[in-house]
Write a protein that binds this ligand. Structure first.
Ligand code: HEM
Length: 444
């Protein structure tokens, strides 16, 4: 395997470890500012955590696409020049970004809180990836499988939404606060749709590979899912602009589309499970487990989203920790689980794990069990905060937060469990990546 891919794989693992470590630190620094404020204040830890999380998801998704290019588009992208250029410029820019965070030099906008000029090397880097990918795509004879459609769409729309997300750098957009905020939130919402195309596309690829059933990525339901996802990508921002003046029907339509997309995704996973033979399941047990976890978290987040969309409930929950539960519920529960499943398949983890299988399964259980407590604590903290501020009308922030902070201790302790479980798994992936020359095994 080319050096660039080895480095990129390790970099992706390091991003996940950084996300987890800085997530833990952020939660404790929020609870005990008197201890952390001197060296590691929450305002510095949070951007490192959230940027690492987003970079992990986007980088892991692109790694999967590059790895599987040979088996889908017929082009070995792992040794492609454009991909290598992408990998090195992408990694270098992200390292500079974290360097700025370390020096407490922030800029940009939410989740992308680095000085604005760094958007340009990121965008150039993405252009290299696009050139490499679409060159292969143009030459490919069979573009029908849905994962190819989803990867192609995700890569293009990430480029477009990233530009949109940086429009604030043009003075005209900053002249009106409302204009800037609308574009910003809309771009962030659509960008989630763009990386979901890459991540869900990879999950479809994984389902086809595990089951050997190609129809999963070619049937009518799958294509309906694609067009719904595309509509979601273009219009789901409607429910990301709650605080801005907009017609209610815009939010409601986008909410219905988002939830229908999840329903179809659950139905695709269930169709895959029903047809899967026991032998193939056993052969790919560990990646399969991550798909099951993703299915569970799609269901949990769907339930939460349904509650959040009831206006009487939303009155209490809006802007509370429930929003954080929604954000981490989807990024950890759905995106990270799918990506760990796909990377586990790429590393042929079932065959390489050997005597470590027991530890792997225990770590998986620890991460999942802790994540349930983590997520429920955030939901409970949100309900408590909403109840105390809206119903009890408590205006003193300290008084309002007193019981909420107790629940957040449970969240922080559970966060240690999530991080420990996932870090052990990542270390096992790291070891598996170093075990053989070509660590990607594709089962045709
Ligand atoms: C793969 C793992 C993780 C991912 C992808 C992830 C993702 C995210 C995202 C997207 C946000 C922004 C939420 C928002 O703006 O509403 C966030 C915030 C946060 N995360 Fe994580 N997270 C991960 C793991 C963890 C862990 C293990 C902890 C440990 C307790 C943690 C603690 C936090 C805290 C304290 C915040 C800030 C919440 C706030 O500002 O109110 N995260 N995370």
């Amino acid at each position: 395997m080319p050096l660039a891919i080895r480095i990129y794989t390790r970099f992706v693992f390091l991003l996940l470890i950084t996300t987890l470590v800085f997530g833990m630190l952020s939660s404790w620094s929020y609870l005990y500012p008197e201890i952390f404020n001197r060296y590691l204040p929450f305002y510095q830890l949070r951007p490192v955590h959230t940027s690492a999380a987003l970079f992990f998801i986007i980088s892991a998704a692109t790694l999967c696409i590059i790895l599987f290019n040979r088996d889908t588009l017929g082009r070995n992208a792992t040794s492609g020049r454009w991909e290598q250029l992408f990998i090195f410029t992408w990694i270098a820019t992200i390292l500079v970004i974290f360097g700025y965070y370390g020096l407490k030099k922030f800029g940009g906008r939410e989740y992308w809180e680095f000085p604005g000029w760094l958007a340009f090397p990121l965008l150039s880097s993405w252009t290299f990836l696009m050139i490499g990918y679409y060159k292969g795509w143009l030459k490919c004879a069979d573009k029908k499988p849905l994962y190819i459609w989803m990867w192609s769409t995700g890569i293009l729309f990430f480029f477009l939404t990233f530009i949109e997300q940086n429009l604030w750098q043009i003075p005209w957009f900053r002249q009106s606060f409302l204009r800037e905020l609308t574009v910003q939130w809309k771009a962030n919402g659509s960008m989630v749709g763009a990386w979901n195309q890459m991540v869900y596309g990879s999950s479809l690829f994984l389902m086809v590979m595990i089951s050997g059933d190609k129809s999963i990525a070619r049937n009518k339901k799958a294509f309906f899912f694609y067009f719904l996802g595309l509509t979601n990508l273009m219009f789901n921002w409607g429910h990301h602009i709650y605080n801005l003046p907009a017609h209610g029907w815009i939010r409601h339509i986008s909410y219905v589309i988002s939830m229908t997309e999840w329903l179809i995704f659950i139905s695709i996973i269930q169709g895959f499970k029903n047809k899967l033979t026991e032998a193939r399941k056993l052969r790919h047990m560990l990646p399969y487990k991550f798909l099951l976890a993703a299915e569970f978290w799609v269901f949990a987040n769907l339930t939460l989203a349904l509650f959040m969309s009831i206006p009487a409930v939303n009155r209490y929950t809006h802007g509370t920790h429930i929003t954080v539960a929604h954000a981490m519920g989807t990024t950890i529960g759905i995106n990270t689980m799918i990506l760990l499943g796909v990377l586990g398949y790429a590393l042929d983890i079932d065959n390489k794990i050997g005597a470590g299988r027991k530890l792997f399964i225990r770590s998986y259980r620890l991460a999942q069990g802790s994540f349930i407590i983590f997520w429920l604590s955030l939901v409970l903290a949100g309900i408590l905060k909403g109840y105390r501020s809206v119903t009890l009308n408590i205006t003193s922030f300290q008084e309002m937060m007193e019981p909420v902070n107790k629940v957040l201790v449970a969240f922080s302790v559970a966060g240690i469990g999530v991080a420990t479980g996932l870090i052990i798994i990542v270390i096992m992936y790291w070891q598996a990546a170093g075990k053989s020359q070509s660590f990607v095994k594709v089962d045709k």
